[in-house]
Design a protein around this ligand. Structure first.
Ligand code: MG
Length: 388
């Protein structure tokens, strides 16, 4: 599989935005714009890593916006967008990916399927890059002095370019290095990465996206996108005991006289939580995303299942309000591990521990849990997502 790193450019100052914060750090439904953009990339299959370019002095804003996401250090940007992208590319060049997806932090509504389509187009034979965009629907006028129309420009084959703009890494880096030595006026004319690539003779194609992939420019854009609704959904899972000496619950290994059997690490608690979060966004169940028949999930740590569900929620502009878990078993005892379980869930779901609850009960010796044949877990996720 070729590798692809998302390079998210968040170094702009956004003079049209106003407000106390640069727009990429403004809150969209309680979530910084940059965070939502990062989560869209985290939820896209084929994106292996994410690196953000930020302006000097924005370190604290960046830290707050990406808390818990465990991203690598941000790259300090330059004075222009083009310089910022070049700095980002240079920072990636030591361990260069095959492809790089350059994306504006202020486009948080990008759909994961559009990113994937753009990556597939860039990876086609004989192509160097692909740009997400929308064919022009409006009639285009060119004006002269005093706003007088001098021409109606045929809109056939005209597009509005968005991001991502995804390229083979090495030729894009070479194109940006070449553009860096241009005179300022010539450099200013290159308003996106595709323009830099075109100048270097690279073959770049357009991929049809959607108008949803709006670039946040004004405070009204944020307000318009901020109506939220609350949803609650349920998850349930059971795993049976097998021979072993520890069980994995909530990502915490707990010594026991048996283990839980199953594909992955059989973390029944994280599986129930994953299904609850997926349920809240109507995204199917854990088996749809991570089929038990697929050998790549054998023995894997279940934290990635929950993280994926939370990323899908984040990519839709949602966030977890609360996670409530009930474990049903006679043994092991949960109480001594409750705090560790809460911290573990909070870390995986990137929420504060006061938004996580872990409870336990027995079934008074009744049923399969009472006979100590396995552990059941029930979870309820309460989330907030943009009103559809
Ligand atoms: Mg399971």
């Amino acid at each position: 599989m070729p590798t692809c790193t998302a390079l998210i450019v968040a170094a702009g100052r956004g003079s049209r935005f106003g407000g106390p914060l640069p727009k990429q750090y403004a809150l969209l439904n309680g979530q910084p714009v940059l965070r939502r953009t990062v989560l869209a990339y985290r939820a896209t299959p084929g994106i292996d890593a994410i690196r953000v370019v930020i302006a000097a002095g924005d370190e604290a804003h960046y830290e707050a916006a990406t808390r818990g996401l465990e991203l690598p250090h941000p790259v300090p940007g330059g004075v222009s967008r083009q310089q910022s992208v070049l700095k980002g590319l240079e920072a990636l060049s030591g361990d260069a990916p095959d492809f790089v997806a350059v994306h504006d932090a202020a486009r948080p509504f990008v759909r994961t399927e559009d990113i994937a389509a753009c990556l597939a187009a860039a990876a086609a034979k004989g192509i160097d890059g692909a740009v997400l965009g929308v064919p022009l629907a409006d009639t285009v006028k060119k004006t002269g002095s005093e706003g007088a129309i001098v021409e109606t420009v045929p809109r056939v084959n005209l597009w509005r370019a968005q991001t991502p703009q995804i390229f083979r890494f090495a030729p894009l880096l070479a194109a940006h290095r070449a553009a860096a030595s241009l005179a300022e006026a010539d450099a200013t004319a290159l308003t996106d990465d595709a323009a830099v690539a075109e100048r270097a003779g690279l073959k770049v194609v357009m991929v049809a996206g959607s108008d949803e992939n709006l670039k946040i420019t004004t405070a009204e854009d944020v307000a318009r996108a901020s109506a939220m609704e609350t949803r609650t959904a349920f998850g349930f899972d059971v795993h049976g005991f097998g021979p072993g000496n520890a069980v994995m619950l909530c990502g915490v290994a707990i010594p026991h006289t048996q283990t839980l059997a199953g594909h992955s690490d059989a973390d029944v608690a994280l599986h129930a939580l994953t299904d609850a979060v997926l349920g809240a966004i109507g995204a199917g169940d854990i088996g749809k995303h991570f089929p038990p028949s697929d050998p790549q999930w054998r023995g894997v740590s279940s934290d990635r299942f929950l993280r994926h569900a939370v990323d899908l929620l984040g990519a839709r502009g949602g966030r977890i309000l609360h996670l409530d878990l009930t474990l049903v078993c006679e043994a092991p005892r949960i109480g001594p591990h409750r705090e560790a379980m809460i911290s573990s869930i909070a870390r995986i779901a990137a929420v504060s521990p006061d938004r996580v609850s872990v409870k336990a009960t027995t079934t008074e010796g009744l049923g399969f849990t009472g006979r100590r044949e396995g552990i059941a877990a029930q979870a309820v996720a309460t989330v907030e997502i943009p009103r559809s």
